[in-house]
Design a protein. Structure first.
Length: 89
């Protein structure tokens, strides 16, 4: 394999980033899928919380939902809510 091809491959991996990179659209889908089964999405969307606050809430919801969604999904939802419903300044 030429060095040039190798460099291109490395660049592609680098630009593509790790597989776990945050994806806003995917996180929004997880939120819509998992957070509307017991109440309206509004219940979350009318609140403002910091990351620690959302983390606490989502963990509590995860407890109610017992196994309905994974820790990975919960993490993405916390990230999503922190971005769209972060603390009021
Ligand atoms: C299994 C049912 C269930 C699911 C699934 C669920 N919730 Fe809830 N949620 C509740 C119940 C019950 C309450 C009221 C009691 C309470 O606040 O602990 C509530 C209250 C809330 C509140 C208001 C209280 C607060 O702390 O601000 C928010 C915000 C909220 N949920 C967000 C979410 C989010 C975000 C998700 C998705 C990760 C979610 N819920 C999924 C049952 C659920």
């Amino acid at each position: 394999m030429s060095r040039f091809v190798l460099a291109l491959l490395l660049a592609a991996v680098f630009v593509g980033g790790p597989a776990t990179a945050y994806d806003q659209a995917a996180a929004e889908k997880l939120f819509q899928k998992h957070c509307a089964t017991c109440h309206h999405l509004d219940r979350a969307l009318k609140k403002n919380k910091d990351r620690a606050g959302w983390d606490k809430t989502v963990k509590r919801m995860q407890g109610y939902a017992s196994g309905m969604f994974t820790d990975g999904a919960a993490e993405s939802i916390v990230e999503y809510l922190t971005r769209v419903r972060g603390p009021k300044d």
